[in-house]
Ligand binder design. Structure first.
Ligand code: PSU
Ligand code: MN
Length: 290
């Protein structure tokens, strides 16, 4: 049911650095085929940092850990979005299953991978509790011994509420050279982190200590290098449009991202691509430092 690529199996057996990467942002986070370019560049950055990339997705009835370029190219817009609850059905029904952060963490737990890079963590959607839409990313992070590097929480969500839930779940929220949890497209203005770290080695040391104490997931927030600070009106417009069109559940995040990519004159595409690759690189550095 789960198949690890040879290189990844060997690296894990030897206690080497491996970084999990997801496929939902590949399939649904960008206009095709830009998601595939992001995936290839993320893998390159993980390798440049001295770690092995493990891109995860469901293909031909198998949960795959490690995909080659031809396999990655199959994660287009028609792929099924796979949170943790969707993995089994996608495998049994032979779907191309693009794993979210939560879905990827569920597989990483099973495979014994300790690090992951992504764009922005999912969280509490705005308007809670009508409906009570909370990304499964949070539940998986709370029970998986993985350090996830992201540009914080996606700002189309209710970020302060998400920060509160992360605290409730006992997930350390580390800031990489920042005291504030980044806001995905924006570097500043987010809620306070629980601890600030200055280097990949320091992040690795905190993760190891957390796991020795019996803790599970950690979030390491890395601010985007280019900060877009004027997007809130456009985000509100996107959410209103989603509401008007009856977009709900798993469709909300990809709809809003596509709206922003379309209406920001390409700025969100650029920043989103850059931050995903940079987060993958930092995850590789932390993995290599442990
Ligand atoms: N980061 C990005 N683009 C994305 C995502 C993260 O830059 O598309 C995806 C991740 O797969 C994350 C998902 O798990 O968005 C959250 O979706 P939801 O809120 O529906 O759980
Ligand atoms: Mn949801």
């Amino acid at each position: 049911m789960i198949k690890l690529a040879e290189e990844i199996r060997e690296a894990l057996a030897a206690g080497g650095p491996v970084v999990a990467l997801e496929t939902t942002l590949v399939a649904h986070g960008f206009p095709a085929p830009e998601g595939i370019e992001v995936a290839v560049e993320s893998e390159r950055r993980v390798r440049a940092a001295g770690a092995i990339p493990a891109t995860i997705g469901v293909l031909d009835g198998v949960v795959r850990v490690g995909l080659d370029e031809d396999e990655l190219a199959r994660f287009g817009p028609e792929a099924t979005k796979c949170g943790p609850r969707d993995l089994a059905a996608a495998a049994v029904q032979g779907a191309v299953g693009a794993t979210t952060v939560g879905g990827t963490l569920a597989v990483a737990r099973k495979a014994g991978i300790r690090f992951m890079g992504t764009g922005g963590l999912g969280g509490v959607h705005r308007g809670f509790p009508d409906p009570p839409d909370v990304s499964a990313d949070l539940g998986e992070l709370a029970r998986t011994q993985v350090l996830v590097v992201s540009a914080g929480v996606k700002s189309l969500l209710d970020v302060p509420a998400t920060a509160e839930v992360l605290e409730t779940l006992g997930v350390p929220v580390l800031g990489f050279r920042t005291d504030e949890l980044p806001l995905f497209y924006a570097a500043r203005g987010g809620p306070a982190v629980s601890a600030r770290v200055e280097t990949p080695a320091e992040a690795a040391a905190v993760a190891r200590a957390h796991w020795e104490l019996g803790g599970a997931g950690l979030l390491l927030g890395r601010p985007p290098d280019e900060s877009l600070d004027d997007l809130e009106p456009l985000i509100e417009e996107a959410l209103a449009e989603a509401r008007d069109r009856g977009v709900h559940g798993q469709e909300v995040t990809p709809f809003v991202l596509a709206f922003l990519h379309d209406r920001s004159g390409g700025r969100t595409v650029r920043v989103n691509k850059d931050l995903i690759a940079a987060n993958a690189g930092l995850a590789g550095e932390v993995a290599a430092a442990l």
